[in-house]
Design a protein around this ligand. Structure first.
Ligand SMILES: Cc1cc2nc3c(=O)[nH]c(=O)nc-3n(C[C@H](O)[C@H](O)[C@H](O)COP(=O)(O)OP(=O)(O)OC[C@H]3O[C@@H](n4cnc5c(N)ncnc54)[C@H](O)[C@@H]3O)c2cc1C
Length: 440
């Protein structure tokens, strides 16, 4: 049966779903929309630029986009260029895979100060996401705090601590490379509400903090008396133990000739950001753990910092008209089903957790579910799909970036890079669209 299917979002979840759809229904036409002129979501705009091996998953995602019967509609935002109702009218099935791209507020006083940034914005800035090109985060002070105890927080402190030489083989955007090279920051604080056992670091990323050229990573040995306790799920025990071992190694270090320091602070919950017009410090409550939960003890301390980055979570912004679960910050759905013929997958379905590969497992499960739904309540294909959408977008003068146009952007970015940098990203929509038009 030849279904016309729309997938909204070309991040890992959208593309793994597109792949699974074609495996399930080889005749289906699958149109993948993305608001950006570039595909791959957070693989391009989130994963750290010095982790090029992780970004290699793009090769597999690219094969999906290049497949006959699958079309890429880059630079088409649902809610701006096409409406959700129009999509439902044009396609037999719609899969929403729009991610969770926006920062969750910290919810503490002082958050509105100019030197406070969410990690989505900060990571987007160094990764060349057009939305954050002009963020210009303040890196002119002596110290910066990153709130959060996950891999995103590790990525941020690691990149800020690296030298230009260490970053030479990354695809860090030039504006960010320049700002980081010229930053005066000497002390980076990584702050977690809970303890070393509860931190959701992965050991490989944590260990990288011990291998930096100009920076030493320090942790108070008193914070490491914890043991991997009963509240840790069985499958996590090894990882948490490994993290503890790595942290114990850090705790034995002293401040030597290093010009920068990363201080890992546990059992500290932010209470407010201090400052009138500018950030002067961060007020923290000491915490203790009860059953894995952090409880504030009433004891406070202040850190003098000039910049604060909150790496404490993301929420989805869904296109207008899509049912939304305000409490969870995701598209309202029951095991992926949003409404008749509409499903959600990836971070916009279950929130921001899991690695790239998790989206693949989720996609397989979702397609099984869709197939079961269709068996129970058959729908006959017959909606007009891409041909109708092409007409609408042409009437609206939207410059659609198809797969070939994306390949032109890709080639130009690679050609513009100076060895050993793998690519020099275009960081504005205009520059991306200009590159897409080349040789047209
Ligand atoms: C900072 C950071 C670092 C990470 N590092 C790693 C790592 O090293 N290794 C790892 O395995 N995982 C990593 N992850 C996790 C991984 O990136 C996610 O699991 C994955 O990207 C989630 O996929 P997704 O498709 O749900 O969302 P996304 O990747 O965010 O994709 C969503 C896509 O939807 C598009 N979109 C949004 N709204 C619209 C709209 N209205 N219309 C059209 N398109 C729209 C967006 O432009 C985007 O392309 C990291 C995540 C973050 C935040």
């Amino acid at each position: 049966m030849k279904y016309a299917i729309a997938v909204v979002g070309s991040g890992p979840s959208g593309l793994y779903v597109a792949d699974a759809l074609v495996r399930q229904w080889p005749d289906a036409s699958v149109d993948v929309f993305d608001a950006l002129p570039t595909p791959y979501g957070l693989v391009r705009g989130g994963i750290a630029p010095d982790h090029q091996n992780t970004k290699a998953v793009i090769r597999a995602l690219e094969r999906t986009l290049a497949r006959d019967g699958t079309r890429f509609f880059g630079n088409v935002e649902i809610g701006r260029d096409l409406q959700y109702d129009e999509l439902k009218g044009a396609y037999d099935l719609v899969i929403l895979s729009v991610g969770a791209e926006h920062d969750r507020p910290l919810g503490i006083p002082g958050e509105q100060l100019p030197e406070v940034y969410g990690s989505a914005a900060f990571v987007g800035w160094y990764n060349g996401h057009p939305r954050y090109r002009n963020l210009n985060p303040y890196l002119g002070g002596a110290s910066l705090a990153v709130i959060g105890n996950g891999n995103v927080a590790l990525d941020i402190v690691r990149l800020l601590a690296k030298t230009p030489t260490e970053l030479a083989t990354s695809d860090l955007s030039s504006h960010a490379a320049h700002a980081i090279a010229n930053s005066s920051i000497r002390d980076l604080y990584l702050i977690g509400r809970r303890g070393p056992v509860e931190a959701s670091f992965t050991p490989i990323e944590l260990a990288e903090l011990g291998e930096l050229q100009r920076c030493v990573t320090l942790v108070d040995p008193a914070a490491l008396s914890a043991t991997v306790g009963a509240h840790v799920p069985e499958k996590e025990i090894k990882v948490r133990q490994r993290n503890l071992d790595i942290l114990r190694g850090f705790s034995e270090r002293t401040i030597d000739a290093a010009t920068m320091r990363i201080h890992i602070l546990f059992y500290a919950a932010p209470s407010s950001i201090v400052g009138d017009d500018h950030v002067r410090g961060l007020l923290l409550d000491r915490t203790r753990l009860e059953g894995g939960n952090a409880l504030r003890t009433g004891e406070q301390f202040e850190l003098a910092v000039d910049t604060v980055i909150a790496a404490t979570g993301y929420r989805t912004v869904s296109p207008p008209g899509v049912p939304f679960d305000e409490k969870r910050g995701v598209i309202a759905n029951t095991d992926g089903l949003v409404e008749d013929g509409v499903y959600a997958s990836g971070w916009c379905q279950h929130g921001p957790r899991g690695v790239v590969g998790t989206n693949r497992t989720d996609a397989t499960a979702l397609i099984k579910r869709i197939a079961a739904d269709l068996e129970q309540t058959p729908r006959s294909p017959g909606k007009p799909g891409g041909a109708y959408v092409d007409r609408l977008l042409a009437e609206r003068a939207v410059q659609v970036v198809d797969f070939e146009a994306w390949r032109r952007i890709d080639a130009a970015e690679v050609a513009n890079a100076t060895h050993p940098k793998p690519r020099e990203k275009f960081v504005t929509t205009e520059a991306l669209l200009d590159a897409a038009r080349l040789a047209h």
